[in-house]
Design a protein around this ligand. Structure first.
Ligand SMILES: CC(C)(COP(=O)(O)OP(=O)(O)OC[C@H]1O[C@@H](n2cnc3c(N)ncnc32)[C@H](O)[C@@H]1OP(=O)(O)O)[C@@H](O)C(=O)NCCC(=O)NCCS
Length: 130
């Protein structure tokens, strides 16, 4: 699996919108507006790939001088629970640090709160051991 930053408007970005629609929006009967997708030009877009296939994605949206919000995290349904989301969180955190951000904000829907908490606790434990 390869983790990388992707560009808005590319084929990879189209794959990302499709994945987010299938995993996050369609189950709630929601879709994306053109404005919403346009605003993502400013975001840091991240994808996990197996060759050309997008397995998972997330993005970082700037919320202040030194803060970003991690959002729109989605892993293909049949690949959830295999460590992909966790790896992507690690990648996103390193990317945010590299770009000079000091604070990572996360909001989670009820079903993903356990996952987010699990990741924060691991990160805290790793930093404690450093
Ligand atoms: C939530 C989601 C991103 C997690 O990604 P994932 O690849 O399934 O998660 P991982 O397999 O990387 O799990 C990482 C760790 O979190 C734990 N975890 C995962 N989901 C959990 C949950 N709901 N509660 C508690 N722990 C959880 C795993 O057990 C694993 O722990 P371990 O490393 O100690 O074994 C993914 O399941 C998903 O796309 N869900 C549907 C969309 C969604 O809810 N997105 C988030 C919107 S806020």
């Amino acid at each position: 699996m390869a983790l990388k930053q992707i560009d808005h408007g590319t084929i990879e970005y189209q794959q990302m919108v499709k994945l987010r629609y299938e995993i996050l929006r369609q189950p709630l009967g929601l879709s994306f507006t053109t404005d919403e997708l346009d605003r993502e030009k400013e975001d840091i877009l991240i994808g996990a790939f197996d060759e050309d296939e997008m397995l998972a994605c997330c993005m970082l949206t700037k919320t202040g001088h030194t803060s970003v919000r991690l959002r729109q995290m989605a892993v293909q349904n049949n690949l959830q629970g295999k460590g992909i989301g966790g790896s992507m969180m690690n990648f996103a955190e390193i990317l945010a640090r590299d770009k000079g951000y000091k604070k990572l904000i996360m909001h989670a829907r009820e079903t993903a709160v356990g996952f987010m908490k699990n990741w924060v606790i691991k990160l805290w434990a790793i930093n404690l051991l450093k």
